[in-house]
Structures are given as C-alpha cells and as structure tokens.
Design a protein around this ligand. Structure first.
Ligand code: ZN
Ligand code: ZN
Length: 353
C-alpha cells in the first residue's frame, strides 16, 4: 500500500484467513496497569510489494514501552508493537521479488519513506515527513506474523541466531546512528549514559573503532556487563566522568542528564541524544554547558543505509549480543522488567511455531 501499512483486510476476507495471536495496545496507560492485551487476529495478507513473515523473535525496545504508556501516542487504535523482528518469509505479495519463501529477514522501525522529498533525495530519509514506522503507524512483531514492504526488510547476518539478531534491528542500528551523530574522533573518549540494549552494542562498536568508553549508569548488572565488554570506566549517572569527553551519548530517557553530560564534554565535544522520548531538559547555563563549541544533537530514526552498514559491521566485529529471552506469551512482563531496569542486555520475545 502507498503508505507502507497493510491494513487488516475487510471482514469477508478475514473470515477466510488464518488466525494468529498478537499483543495490542488498546489504550496507553502505565505498564503496571497492563496496557498490552493478547488477542486473536487474522494473519495479515501481504499487499503489493510486501512480504508476510512468520515471526521467530522480536526484540523489546524502550520505544515499545513509550508507546504502551502513551509517551509516544499510538498512531492508530490497537496497534501491535515491536520493531526488531526476525522471521521467515512465508508469503510474497504481488510485485515483490527480492525475497522468497523460507528466507530469513529482519523488520525494523523505518518501513516507508516517500523517496521524493528533499530529505529522501539527500540521503536523509530518516527525516522524511512521510516516513512510517513499524509498531507505531503499522502493526509490528509482537505477533505470530507481520508484513513489511520488501524494500524496507533486511537480510540478517548469518552468524547471529534469531534471538541475537533481533536487537541489532533497533538497539543496534539506532545506537550506530547515535555514534555517527556524536562525531567521536578516532581514538577519542566516549561517555555513555545508560547501559541497556542499545548502549551495550554501541560501546562494542566504539571500542572496536579505538575509542575509550566510559559508562555512567545506575544498575549494578549493567555496570558489570559494561566492564565485561571492555569499557574503561563505570560510574553512576550523576558521577563526574574521569576525563573530559570528546563525545557522549545519552541512551536513558532522562532529560536531567543533559546538563551533566554537556559538562563532561571537553571543548568541541558533541552530545548525541539517542532516544525517541526524553523527559524535560533543565535550563542550561551557556558558559557551563555550551560555551567552548560544545553541541547537542538529536537522533531521529535511521536510514536504510545506516541499517545495512551496521548489520555488516555487527558481523565483521562479531558483536556480543547479550539477551534476556522471554516467551512471547509474557511480552507484558518483559515490558514491566524493562521499565523496572531488570533486563540484562536486550530483552527478546521468542516464538515457537
Ligand atoms: Zn521523503
Ligand atoms: Zn526501538
């Protein structure tokens, strides 16, 4: 379909189709009040240019939590979250020729751009005003099946299992874009605020590129994982970094970290904000937080090129993907654990067919 979304087929067709289980957000509310509901739905039918994927694993991203709690208002009623989907193509829509039944593919956050606007034409399709997103505009992977336009699907690197590959699709790709946006110089000092799914992959890429990485996070488990992965220093989120940073990335959705991270930067340093949602940023003091040509940059989605580059890099660097697997039936509990900071690495829903 033109907007990149395969809507549910009409009632007559639904009766004919098979049924699947899917988690939906009917009405956003606090995760402790169970905004996710497991329902039965018709298996979607791939529209022109789309493929139907049997989901084998789906990563649990903080954006799913923002959607369930309403920090990110759902774009349509009873949307299925999930945009780190690894599965097998089971049906190919009309006009789709890139994949065949049986191919392993990944479905990520970005799923439609116009291809014609000035951002699309200048290699910045992530900023396209017509962009559409999996698990927000269109149904995602907290379901047994999902559809995706084939031009936005990824071939997944073979060295990763389904569970390991899933977090690469958002945590990995967005983290990689954040690293690019942070303009870390070769061999530079990088500060990382928060150490969840995205940060634990991004830190490995930065270290492989010669950076010294300093992690500021509250969780003891997260700090231990960071040290295991070879970071130079760990501390609490409100600690002072041990040396002036050339670049920093805030992965935690906490605006109060922005002044602290800016203060940790040396002259000319850059702070990248990786999240789609951030709580309010306190007032900044020009001399204390910005003077010395320090800058703050946001990160908005990613281009397909970022995705392809990162997936190749992930394979080449043999990134260690730390996952906490959760059965599909417990997706709501996975989001609760994420909200409570109880997940080590990346939470991934697993489906057995
Ligand atoms: Zn566009
Ligand atoms: Zn995500």
């Amino acid at each position: 379909m033109a907007d990149g979304c395969a809507r549910r087929s009409d009632d007559a067709r639904c009766v004919m189709t098979k049924v699947m289980r899917a988690w939906v957000v009917f009405e956003p509310r606090l995760i402790t009040q169970s905004p996710l509901v497991l329902v039965e739905r018709p298996v979607p039918i791939p529209a022109r240019g789309e493929v139907l994927v049997r989901v084998r694993a789906c990563g649990v991203c903080r954006t799913d939590l923002h959607l369930a709690e309403g920090d990110l208002p759902p774009r349509h009623a009873s949307v299925v979250p999930g945009h780190e989907v690894v599965g097998e193509v089971v049906q190919v829509g009309d006009g789709a020729s890139r994949f065949r039944a049986g191919d392993r593919v990944g479905i990520a956050w970005l799923r439609h751009t116009c291809g014609a606007c000035r951002w699309c034409r200048s290699g910045r399709e992530n900023l396209c005003p017509e962009s559409r997103y999996t698990g927000w505009d269109c149904d995602g992977g907290y379901a047994e099946f999902a559809v995706v336009p084939e031009s936005f699907a990824y071939r997944m690197p073979t060295s990763f299992s389904d569970e390991q590959a899933a977090p690469l699709l958002c945590a990995g790709i967005i983290g990689y874009r954040s690293l690019l946006r942070a303009q870390l110089p070769p061999g530079g000092q990088l500060g990382v605020y928060g150490f969840g799914a995205s940060a634990h992959l991004t830190a490995q890429v930065a270290i492989a590129l010669g950076a010294e990485v300093h992690v500021l996070t509250r969780g003891q488990q997260a700090r231990e994982l960071a040290l295991q992965l070879g970071v130079a220093w760990v501390g609490g989120p409100f600690d002072s970094a041990p040396v002036p940073m050339d670049a920093a990335i805030i992965f935690a959705p906490a605006g109060e970290l922005v002044p602290l991270a800016l203060e940790s930067l040396g002259p000319g340093g850059t702070l990248a904000l990786a999240g789609i949602h951030l709580s309010n940023i306190p007032a900044l003091d020009y001399r204390r937080h910005l003077f010395g040509e320090r800058s703050v940059r946001s990160v908005t989605s990613n281009t397909r090129r970022d995705g392809e580059e990162f997936l190749m890099l992930a394979q080449r660097l043999s990134l260690q993907v730390t996952t906490t697997t959760v059965p599909f039936e417990h997706a709501d509990l996975a989001l609760r654990d994420l909200a409570a900071g109880r997940v080590r690495g990346a939470a991934v829903l697993t489906l057995t067919s």
